[in-house]
Design a protein around this ligand. Structure first.
Ligand SMILES: [Zn+2]
Length: 469
């Protein structure tokens, strides 16, 4: 390990000290890049007063002990930046590109919050990101480009902060592996994208990644990691930190050594932080969501299969008086619908009498067409819509739905979310919870399902209750 690598590992981040230490190599790299431009190896102006000045060159010098390697990587980077100027400019302005829209909806990843040092944090909710749908609907090159677009956004933030604070700022990425299935690990097409993006990032964004933290590592992780680690370059792999916390939704994040680096007041609730952005912290995916983001159909509805004896919960974070528009279509057969407002801070296992029933259970059938309605939230919290197929022992149901917060003070349209639960132990747990509350009008939506299973003799009547304001 060279002196450079060692000093970086021990946290030398003073830019002015680094510039002084490496002044000779930075000057040599800049001169060589001038020469390379004269030879048409790239066409970007470099040096003081350009975006490719000594602070930019410093990252290449720090990442490559060999001058020729630093020059080669920097030259390739400039060429790549020239070829991708439109995408990079959009990223710098924080604008999205039309061609990324179909991916952005399916990939639950974004910058959110910061470390205690003020460095940006990139959060990936791997278990919710529907990479198979992404790969089915997009070209591999476009998905790789999208990954680089997101990387550029982080690079811009880190560069801005580096110049402002004179501290070399790098990204912390947190990959939340909650709800990751082994299926993800076998999504070969997306693996290839990750692998390509990781290699490109190493070339084009030296000294950008501080740590990649894997958190909420699932039980079957040993199987997944064997595949996952091969998608990462050796350099990236060396920066990966695996956090022992098994579930930050209920666990103590202080057990994770990297949590010490995070400013928890800015970190989403699913990572044991304090933030619950309206509509969800990361790309409008609700913080409580547990399953893959669905693929959206042409009519703006999300298609989903509700397994036999299972259900889907769709969540919408709301303030009091927010209007929530929802639609439901059942392809064949019927599902039972309920909606309940869980007050802010309410968790599964809390007193269900604190929840408010917004839609009493009714059955929506294929012959009923598309159900469309608007409910107004009587309070702040999370509205849980439940589309239940618990009554059906054998047949799964194909449904299409949408849940959007359309009104209220913010007026922002937010997407809901879904989760599928078929685990019978989960239902067993709820039995105790709901028995006591059988008479409560504010029974939890999950409890409604159970009751439906138990009281099958009593047919449910369709009625929608909209609370008065
Ligand atoms: Zn947030």
């Amino acid at each position: 390990m060279g002196k450079t690598a060692r000093s970086m590992m021990f946290g030398e981040r003073d830019v002015d000290a680094l510039l002084e230490t490496h002044a000779g190599r930075i000057a040599a790299l800049t001169d060589a890049l001038h020469l390379a431009r004269a030879k048409s190896e790239h066409s970007s102006p470099v040096g003081a007063g350009t975006p490719y000045d000594s602070i930019w060159a410093l990252r290449f010098v720090l990442s490559h002990d060999d001058d020729a390697e630093a020059l080669s990587a920097a030259t390739r980077t400039l060429r790549w930046r020239e070829e991708n100027a439109e995408m990079l400019a959009a990223a710098a302005r924080g604008e999205t590109l039309e061609r990324f829209a179909p991916m952005e909806r399916l990939i639950a990843a974004d910058y959110h919050g910061k470390t205690l040092d003020g460095a940006p944090v990139y959060i990936v909710r791997a278990g919710l990101s529907n990479t198979m749908a992404v790969m089915a609907a997009n070209k591999e090159d476009d998905v790789v480009e999208f990954m680089m677009y997101r990387k550029e956004m982080g690079a811009v933030m880190c560069d801005e902060r580096t110049r402002r604070t004179r501290k070399l700022t790098k990204l912390l990425t947190v990959n939340d592996l909650n709800f990751v299935s082994v299926l993800h690990g076998t999504d070969k097409k997306f693996q290839k994208v990750l692998s390509r993006a990781s290699k490109l990032s190493e070339d084009y964004y030296p000294q950008l990644l501080d740590r990649a933290v894997l958190i909420n590592v699932p039980y079957v992780f040993s199987a997944i990691w064997g595949v996952f680690k091969n998608m990462l370059s050796a350099k990236t792999r060396a920066k990966v930190a695996i956090c022992p916390v098994s579930d930050t939704r209920k666990g103590d994040v202080r057990k994770c050594p990297f949590a010490k680096l995070l400013d928890l007041s800015t970190i989403p609730s699913f990572l044991a932080g304090e933030c619950r952005c309206k509509g969800g912290c990361v790309r409008g995916v609700a913080n409580d969501q547990k399953t893959l983001i669905g693929a959206m159909t042409d009519d703006g509805l999300i298609a989903h299969n509700v397994p036999a004896r299972g259900k889907i919960d769709v969540f919408a974070e709301v303030d009091a008086t927010d209007a929530v528009a929802w639609r439901l279509l059942v392809e064949k057969g019927g599902v039972e619908v309920t909606a309940t407002l869980r007050p802010a801070g309410w968790r599964k296992g809390d007193d269900v009498s604190k929840c408010t029933t917004l839609i009493r259970k009714f059955k929506h059938r294929d012959g009923d067409g598309t159900k469309e309605d608007v409910i107004v939230s009587p309070g702040k919290g999370t509205i849980a819509f439940t589309f239940s197929n618990a009554h059906s022992t054998w047949n799964s149901k194909d449904i299409k739905y949408s849940v959007d917060v359309v009104g209220g003070e913010s007026g922002a349209a937010k997407e809901g979310e879904k989760e599928t639960e078929t685990d019978p132990t989960d239902l067993t747990d709820l039995t105790d919870l709901t028995e006591d509350k059988r008479e409560s009008p504010a029974a939890d939506a999950l409890g409604e399902d159970l009751r439906a299973m138990k009281l099958e003799a009593t047919p449910a009547r369709a009625q929608t209750e909209v609370p008065s304001r």
